[in-house]
Design a binder for this molecule. Structure first.
Ligand SMILES: Cc1ncc(COP(=O)(O)O)c(C=O)c1O
Length: 368
């Protein structure tokens, strides 16, 4: 007989990797082809920084030893880079872990958590995990609707998430709107601004929420090393916030949640400005290629501040995804975000983007 379990987990399901979630070696086997271009996870197509690779090789020799459980060196480096105190930073086993720590520290049954929709799935699942009720607020033509988010707040609201730029749409709140939004938030509501893609944003009126901290005290900015730093498998994320909020989160965090290889890789990657710059340049080049190609294909897409593009296909995009996969191109079907007629295309290397467009043209043409 199963031991009784927490009722909250009735609403959760294990993460079962579908085709777009498989690793490249798995895809090679499933699809029976050597060349796979994976554009379903918004990964860094340049790979990790060479400095991070070297740091991991060196760190590997000390894998038998428990490491610094509070990531002192990494937190100091992040503090310096972001002009905050190390006590205002908490690290996690990826940003996912950070979101889960926030939920464990703050959410409980009876709470509401306001979440834009569609967005990154962890916010909803972490709320559900703790028995809080997610309150989903539709984007407005896929733009973040700050007024609708504020309207959704109630006396039970514990927190509000903002994915900024938003995954999967690449949209953002212009600086003035973000300022107004933060100012309008009731004091007791925790604002969590996930800036996983902050490094790719180029719009002159895009800003990180970090310089706006004075506008709302209960503000957490969440970041990851999985994107611009190319360290997705190293699992490094962090949050910046007021030290009393960070202290509460630290009570929940497992002591060694950020492993030594991850700490070492992240510290090295942080100093590799050339790699970050190259990542941004490649992304801008890719964006231009994809914008042009998507226009030529007559597909509607949303201008992006990230390393992916949200595209309307007007048909079941799961079918398109499978057809593209047969050609070795793996994309993210909108069904992941309960928007089955859309696709999210990660921006790859120039050649990969061209092959992506060619495959898309081909699968769209075959249908008519
Ligand atoms: C918006 C957003 N936040 C967080 C994450 C997860 O980051 P990590 O790999 O650090 O867990 C992702 C991953 O794609 C993301 O898109």
């Amino acid at each position: 007989m199963l031991p009784p379990h927490r009722p909250e987990i009735e609403n959760l399901r294990p993460f079962l990797p579908g085709l777009p979630d498989k690793t490249i070696p798995e895809l090679q086997e499933i699809l029976g082809r050597e060349k796979i271009i994976k554009l379903s996870f918004n990964e860094n197509p340049l790979g990790p920084s060479p400095l991070a690779r070297r740091a991991v090789r060196e760190a590997a020799a000390r894998m038998n030893l428990y490491h610094d459980p509070i990531s002192t060196r990494l937190r100091s480096a992040l503090a310096e880079q972001n002009r905050v105190d190390p006590e205002e930073i908490i690290v996690g086993n990826g940003a996912d872990d950070v979101v889960s720590i926030i939920a464990q520290a703050f959410f409980q049954p009876g709470d509401e958590v306001v979440i834009p929709d569609p967005t990154f799935g962890s916010y909803r699942s972490s709320a559900l995990l703790m028995g809080a009720a997610p309150v989903l607020v539709n984007l407005k033509d896929f733009a973040i609707d700050a007024l609708a988010l504020l309207d959704a707040l109630s006396p039970r609201s514990k927190a509000i998430f903002l994915c900024h730029p938003n995954n999967p749409t690449g949209t953002y709140l212009p600086t003035e709107d973000l300022q107004q939004f933060l100012k309008a938030l009731p004091e007791h509501v925790l604002a969590i601004v996930d800036e996983a893609y902050v490094d790719y944003a180029t719009a002159p009126d895009y800003t990180s929420a970090l310089p706006l901290r004075s506008l709302h005290q209960a503000l957490l900015v969440v970041r990851t090393f999985s994107k611009i730093h190319g360290l997705a498998a190293a699992r490094v994320g962090y949050a910046i916030g007021p030290r009393d909020i960070i202290e509460l989160m630290s009570r929940v965090r497992l002591p060694f949640n950020l492993n030594y290889l991850g700490q070492s890789a992240a510290l090295a990657a942080l100093g590799d400005l050339a790699h970050q710059e190259k990542g941004r340049r490649i992304n801008e080049e890719g964006k231009a290629i994809l914008y042009r190609g998507l226009k030529e294909l007559g597909l509607r897409f949303w201008p992006t501040q990230s390393n992916f593009i949200w595209v309307y296909t007007g048909q079941d995009s799961w079918e398109l995804t499978l057809k593209m996969a047969q050609k070795g191109i793996i994309v993210r079907p909108g069904a992941t975000f309960r928007r089955p007629e859309y696709l999210r295309l990660s921006i790859g290397l120039p050649g990969q983007n061209r092959l992506l467009l060619k495959a898309l043209e081909n699968v769209l043409a075959r249908r008519v």
